[in-house]
Design a protein around this ligand. Structure first.
Ligand SMILES: Nc1ncnc2c1ncn2[C@@H]1O[C@H](COP(=O)(O)OP(=O)(O)O)[C@@H](O)[C@H]1O
Ligand SMILES: [Mg+2]
Length: 308
C-alpha cells in the first residue's frame, strides 16, 4: 500500500478495542498510526473514547479546536472538517473531548460510519473506549480489521474474551441480511442439544446443514470477521505466546478467523514518553516497544491486504 495507490477509494478501517481501560489501546493506536504514516501510508486517527479521549495529549498536541463532538453535534457537516494536523506527514487526527459517551442512536452511528468511510486517507484508525457498550461494539464490528488489546493478567484476558464474544454476537445481529431472518439461528443458540448448549461454531455448522436462507446469511455475516489480538505489557517469554493461544481458542469456539497480531513488551520508555508528551516511536524508535509496534504494523498490513 502506498500513499498514491488508492487515495480515491474508501479507506480501510482499523478499530482498536478491548474490554478493559488502561491496557494500552491509546498508546498502541497513536504509535501504530505514526508508524504507518512514516511508511508513507496516509492515516487518520480518530479518538472515539468519548469517556476519556487523550490521543492528542499522547501526540504532544494541545486540544484541537475542531473535534469529533463538533461533527456529532453538527457544528460541522463533514467529518473531514474536524481533522486536525499532527505535525507528522500523512497523519491527521480527529480528536475527542472527554465528554459524552452516553448511548448514541444507531442512525447517528451510521452517519459517523458513513463519514469515516469517506475520509481522504488510506487507513482510518479508530481508538475505541473500553468496555462492551454498543457505542464501542458497533464501530468494532463495522471495521475492516478489529484489534483487541489486553495485558497478560487473567482478569484482563477474561475481559478481552468477553469483548470478543460480545463483538461476535453484535456482528451477527447487526448484519443487514440477518436482521429480519435470524429467528431460526437464534433458536439454535437457545436450544441445548443432549443437555449442552452448542458453541457458536457448532451453531453455524448446524445452521449451514439446514440450508436455509437464514443460515446462509448468518454464515455470510461472519465471513471476513477476523479479529486480531495484541497482548501488551508482556514481561515473561511465555506470555509472548498468548495472542496466538487466545486467537486459537476464538477460532475453535466461534469458528471465525481470529489471528494473533503479536505482543508488546512492558517498556519504561513508554511511561517516560507519555510523561514527556512525545510518542514513543518518535522519541525512542529503537526501543523494545517501538520495535514491537513496527512488527505489529507489518503483520496487520499483511492481514489487512487479504481482507480489504
Ligand atoms: N508496553 C507498555 N509499557 C509500559 N507502560 C505502558 C505500556 N503500555 C501502556 N503503558 C502505560 O499504561 C498507560 C495507559 O495506557 P493507555 O494506552 O492510555 O490505555 P487505554 O487506552 O487502554 O485506556 C499509559 O499511559 C502508559 O503509561
Ligand atoms: Mg484510551
Amino acid at each position: 500500500m502506498t500513499r498514491s495507490s488508492n487515495t480515491k477509494s474508501s479507506p480501510t478501517i482499523w478499530a482498536i478495542g478491548g474490554g478493559k481501560g488502561g491496557v494500552g489501546k491509546s498508546v498502541l493506536a497513536v504509535n501504530l498510526a505514526i508508524k504507518l504514516a512514516r511508511r508513507g501510508i496516509t492515516v487518520t486517527l480518530v479518538d472515539m473514547d468519548l469517556g476519556g479521549a487523550n490521543d492528542h495529549t499522547l501526540l504532544g498536541l494541545p486540544i484541537p479546536e475542531k473535534r469529533l463532538e463538533d461533527f456529532l453535534q453538527r457544528r460541522v457537516e463533514q467529518l473531514f472538517q474536524a481533522v486536525a494536523p499532527t505535525g507528522i506527514d500523512g497523519l491527521g487526527l480527529v480528536a475527542g473531548s472527554g465528554i459524552g459517551g452516553a448511548n448514541t442512536p444507531y442512525a447517528q452511528k451510521e452517519r459517523l460510519i458513513r463519514h469515516l468511510r469517506a475520509l481522504p486517507s488510506e487507513i482510518v484508525l479508530l481508538d475505541l473506549g473500553a468496555g462492551t457498550a454498543y457505542n464501542v461494539l458497533d464501530f468494532f464490528v463495522a471495521a475492516n480489521l478489529g484489534l483487541v488489546v489486553t495485558v497478560p493478567e487473567h482478569t484482563s484476558v477474561e475481559n478481552a474474551n468477553a469483548f470478543l464474544r460480545a463483538a461476535f454476537f453484535r456482528r451477527l445481529a447487526r448484519s443487514p441480511v440477518t436482521r429480519s431472518i435470524r429467528g431460526p439461528v437464534r433458536e439454535l443458540f437457545r436450544t441445548p442439544r443432549n443437555g449442552e448448549t452448542l458453541s457458536p461454531r457448532q451453531v453455524l455448522a448446524t445452521a449451514g446443514e439446514l440450508q436455509t436462507e437464514a443460515a446462509r446469511s448468518s454464515v455470510a455475516a461472519l465471513a471476513g470477521f477476523a479479529p486480531a489480538i495484541v497482548v501488551n505489557q508482556v514481561c515473561l517469554p511465555k506470555e509472548q505466546e498468548l495472542p496466538e493461544q487466545m486467537a486459537r481458542a476464538v477460532r475453535e469456539y466461534f469458528g471465525i478467523a481470529a489471528v494473533g497480531a503479536g505482543s508488546l513488551p512492558a517498556d519504561r520508555l513508554v511511561t517516560r514518553s507519555v510523561r514527556e508528551r512525545r510518542p514513543v516511536v518518535e522519541a525512542y524508535p529503537g526501543g523494545a516497544f517501538s520495535t514491537g509496534v513496527e512488527m505489529i504494523a507489518e503483520r496487520l498490513l499483511g492481514v489487512g491486504s487479504s481482507h480489504a
